[in-house]
Design a protein around this ligand. Sequence first.
Ligand SMILES: Nc1ncnc2c1ncn2[C@@H]1O[C@H](COP(=O)(O)OP(=O)(O)OP(=O)(O)O)[C@@H](O)[C@H]1O
Length: 455
Amino acid sequence: MDTMTGNVMLIGWHGYECKKLEQRLRDQGLAFEYVSLENMAGMEKAAVALVRESGVDAPRLPRLEAFLESSGHLPTLLVGEGLMPEQVILATRLGALDVLTDPLCPEQLMKAIDEARAGCIDGDETDVLREDCPAILGTSAQILSVYKQLGVAASNDLNVLLTGETGVGKEVSAYCIHRHSSRARQPYVAINCTAIPEGLLEAELFGYTRGAYTNAVTDSVGRIESAHGGTLLLDEIGDMSLAFQAKLLRFLEDRQFHRLGDSEPRAADVRVIAATNRNLEQDVEAGRFRQDLYYRLSQLPIHIPPLRERPADVRPLLRAFVSDVNLNLGLRITDISEPAQAAAVAYHWPGNVRELKNAVYQAAVRTRVGSINGFSFPDGANRGDTHAETALTALIQRAIAGGRVKELLDEVEGLTLQSLLEAFAGNRSRVAEELGMSRNTLRARLRLHGLQMEQ
Ligand SMILES: Nc1ncnc2c1ncn2[C@@H]1O[C@H](COP(=O)(O)OP(=O)(O)OP(=O)(O)O)[C@@H](O)[C@H]1O
C-alpha cells in the first residue's frame, strides 16, 4: 500500500506487541507509521489509526480521547489488553469504529482495518464527494473538440502528434486513444525521450544484442518490440537530437528497425503517438527538427489548449479531483467553497491540469474533513496575469496610446463584468451580490456591454 491509499497510523504501541503487529501489517502489504500524541507528523498520509490502550486507566481511555480530539475524523480502531466493559462502551461513544482485544486475531484485525477503510469511503456522510474519477475530464467546448479528435484518432492507425503546454493532458490523451482503439487489448508502451540519455535512447527504443556495447551482457528487447501489436507513445519528442531523429524517421517509414549490434532487420506493428510541449513548426523553421519527420509524425495533429483558455473546465476538474482525493486518501472533503472555486477559475494555471490536481490534493490534505476554503497559489500568483488581467493591461495601454482615455472606464467596466461572470460560472445573482448592486442594475449594465449570459 503506498501513501496514496493511506498508511495505518500506530499510536501507543510499544515493545513486543509492535513486532507482532508490524509483521501482520507487512504480510498484508500495508504501510504503517508510528505517531505520538505530541508529534502527529505524517497524519496527512493516514487512512486508519490503531490506538493501543491498556485497561489500567479504567474507566477512562486517555490516549484514545486525546487522539480523537486532535485527529479529527480519521477512522480509528482501539486495541486493548484487559479492557473493561465501560471502556469498550466509552470507546464506541467517543467514535472508535471498532474495539479489538488482545490477543489479536490476525483475521479479525485485517477485517476491522478493511472495514474502517471502506467506511472511510462508504461512510454515512452522504454529502462527501466520492464519484468515480474517469481518466480524462472536462466539459468546455474546447476540450469537447479535443475528445472528438481523440475519437477520430482511435478509429484509425495514423501517427498522432499531441501538442500543448506541460500538464494539459497529452499523456492521458495518448492513453485514451489507445484504450479506445482496436489495439486496446495489446500493449501500451510509453517512453519519455528526454528522461533517457541520448546515448541510451537508441538501445532503449530499438533493443540490442549481446556484446553490442560494454554492458550488453544479454540480448534485450527494445520498447518498439515490446509495443508490437499495440501503441507506442514517444513523449517529449521535441528534444531529441537531429542524429536520432534520422533513425526514428527510418523506422517510421517502413516500421522496420535493427536491434543495436544486429544486422538482421526486424519489423514491429506499432501505432505511434508522439507528444511535445514545444512548437515543432518553429523548431522545423529554426532547423532544430527535421521537416520530413515532423510531417511523418503529425499525420493527425491534435492540440490540447491550456487550462487558462478553457476556464469552464476548472470547476468540473476541481470536483473530480476532490472525489479522487477522498477515494485515494480516505479523506472526507465535502466541497470547495464558492470563493475558492472562483479564485481557481480566475487563476492562470501555468502548470495546467497537473497543477490544479496538485492544488486540490494539497488543500484536501490540509483540510481533511469538510469544505476546502482556499488554495495556496505561488506567491503573487493571484495578482498574476490571468487572461482577463492581460487584456485589461493591454486595453489601458491602447487607450492611452490612442488618446481614448475618456471611453476607458466604460470599457474597463465591460471587461470587469465579463471576468466576474466567468469567475462565478455565469451566476448573475452572485455577481450582483459581490458588486453590491441589484440584479436589475446588473442586468442593465450587462445589456449595455452586450453581455447577455444567462444563469
Ligand atoms: N483532462 C484531464 N482530465 C483528468 N486529468 C487530467 C486531464 N488532463 C491532465 N490530467 C492530469 O494532469 C496530470 C498531467 O497530465 P499529463 O501527464 O497527461 O500531461 P502532459 O500534457 O503529458 O504533461 P507533460 O508535457 O509535462 O508531460 C496527470 O495527473 C493527469 O492525470
